[in-house]
Design a protein around this ligand. Structure first.
Ligand SMILES: *Cc1c(COP(=O)(O)O)cnc(C)c1O
Length: 232
């Protein structure tokens, strides 16, 4: 396993995917998902030019933030409990996993205490799976209308976690759908809501996601190898 080769490979594939659909490679941000990986791996990635990193646990962000601070942009991509917002609010560059009014309000409140405007994405569940978080498409417009006047958050776009599929083509419709929803919501002309971020695509399907308009891809395994959850 060689992180340098892996990063080069992923960047190359992002470039190829962009070329194949006539997009500029600057439109796509690679978020290296460092969850469960040690500080040494994060440091290596940073030295190889990675700027954006994704984590799904508050504790892991706070621990790694102690080491790297603002040398890296921290993306919270996992489910966020309202009582833990305060630990990461001044550390994260974006929260991808906002899926309730309550959570948005707490993020807004905690951001205000630090005089920050925090960028957020609304997590949308495209394929119904009980185990996944995210709001339903039908509830999105109402949520946007409820959060539009919160002064210390800025809704930048939408995020989804597609199902695990063996053939990435099977997720193409999921990504197309999220893009369509973003366009539809922008057309509603909700005050303060003008979204351009689509956070979608992981190791297995980021190429397809880019072809369908992803502006952020969240890639872990292809860069750092399989995660080992058993060591706790
Ligand atoms: C773990 C994780 C990823 C990265 O998954 P890989 O398949 O390892 O690339 C992306 N997004 C979220 C929300 C994750 O939790």
């Amino acid at each position: 396993m060689n992180i340098q080769n892996n990063i080069n490979q992923v960047k190359k594939e992002i470039e190829n995917a962009c070329i194949s659909c006539n997009r500029s490679v600057d439109e796509v941000t690679l978020i290296a998902v460092t969850k469960t990986k040690p500080v040494e791996a994060v440091e290596q990635a940073m030295k190889l030019g990675i700027i954006d990193v994704g984590e799904n646990k508050v504790q892991e962000i706070t621990a790694k933030y102690l080491v790297f601070e603002d040398q890296l942009k921290w993306h919270m991509i996992g489910h966020l409990q309202t009582n833990k917002v305060k630990y990461i609010i001044d550390k994260v560059s974006m929260i991808h996993s906002v899926d309730s009014l309550k959570l948005a309000c707490i993020i807004d409140k905690e951001a205000r205490k630090h005089d920050l405007i925090v960028d957020i994405l609304i997590q949308v569940m495209i394929v119904n799976e009980d185990t996944k978080y995210g709001i339903n498409e039908e509830a999105l417009e109402e949520l946007l209308n409820q959060v539009k006047d919160l002064k210390n958050i800025k809704v930048k776009g939408l995020m989804t976690i597609a199902p695990y599929v063996s053939n990435p083509e099977d997720n193409r419709a999921v990504f197309t759908k999220l893009r369509k929803i973003l366009i539809d919501m922008n057309l509603k002309n909700i005050d303060n809501i003008n979204m351009d971020v689509l956070s979608m695509g992981m190791t297995n399907d980021y190429k397809v996601a880019i072809e369908e308009g992803a502006t952020m891809v969240r890639v872990g395994t292809a860069i750092f190898g399989e995660r080992n959850y058993t060591k706790g």
